[in-house]
Design a protein around this ligand. Structure first.
Ligand code: PEP
Ligand code: MN
Length: 272
């Protein structure tokens, strides 16, 4: 049987709206913010800086599934309260990662629920997220095929929640000079195979702050519906993923260029 998330089952693009942001309508939705919420000062400095740009959605992790159990695990509920404050100050809709469905009530004021790469095949979590109404951004596991990725999206979709966003965030290869290899093929391939919006995360996809800008341009050129970028007010001091985070100045350059690439790719050549 064909998957409900496939183009065969539904020809038209799925368009998702949260606050003033739209994902999947052909425009570029820029999601930006710190990997992890660390303090009120840190989050508000980043959020207020981003609010002066064309950022559409504010990100910030509060529940962090880390490789080492000794690493900072996020601020939990206190972090989500800070995200709520930042949303009220900036007017930006928000996204944050959920790792346990038992935490769902803490996410009342969060607009999009993120499922991290480590949980892409947590089918119990996916099914539970399919039974609630908030849009879900599903990240591809670093060792998962495109077909497994779509099968995971189906777990959410078939339960009744059709607001699913696919996020390519790099896969593990033999290369060791980057954290992951961003799979650029995945962007047009997912757009072809599925009607769901597709976004790219060059921060985790490279793991190198200096590569975030050029890889972002490739993602936009490849036709993605959005970008998710880790931005920190002081990347050197970040408690998580500082090496792949860019600062606000660097982000301004990135969003400027991304908007130009967006115009170019959406330009209707037949009108020349
Ligand atoms: C993140 O977005 O901060 C994150 C943990 O990403 P991933 O699940 O892709 O590793
Ligand atoms: Mn991160």
């Amino acid at each position: 049987m064909g998957l409900l998330v496939s183009r065969e089952e539904k020809k038209e693009d799925t368009v998702i709206r949260v606050g003033n942001a739209t994902i999947g309508d052909g425009s570029l939705c820029i999601i930006a913010g710190p990997c992890t919420i660390e303090s009120r000062g840190q989050l508000e400095e980043v959020a207020e800086g981003l609010a002066k740009t064309s950022t559409n959605i504010l990100r910030g992790g509060a529940f962090k599934p880390r490789t080492s159990s000794y690493s900072f695990q996020g601020m939990g509920k206190d972090g989500l309260d800070l995200l709520s404050r930042a949303k009220a100050i900036t007017g930006l809709p928000t996204i944050s990662e959920i790792v346990d469905i038992a935490d769902l009530s803490l996410f009342d004021d969060v607009d999009i629920l993120q499922v991290g790469a480590k949980n892409m095949q947590n089918y119990t979590l996916l099914k539970a997220l399919g039974k609630q109404e908030k849009p879900v951004l599903l990240k591809r596991g670093w060792a998962n095929t495109i077909s497994e990725f779509l099968e995971s999206a189906e777990y959410i979709y078939r339960e009744g929640n059709h607001n699913v966003i696919l996020c390519e965030r790099g896969i593990r290869t033999f290369e060791t000079s980057t954290r992951n290899s961003f799979d650029i093929n995945a962007i047009p391939l997912l757009k072809e195979k599925s009607h769901l919006p597709v976004i790219g995360d060059p921060s985790h996809g490279t793991g190198v702050s200096g590569l975030v800008l050029p890889v972002s341009m490739a993602i936009v050129a490849a036709g993605a519906d959005g970008l998710m970028i880790e931005v920190h007010n002081n990347p050197e001091c970040a408690l998580c993923d500082g090496f792949q985070s860019i600062n606000l100045e660097e982000f301004k350059l990135l969003e400027n260029r991304a908007r130009i690439y967006e115009k170019i790719r959406n330009f209707n050549c037949t009108s020349i």
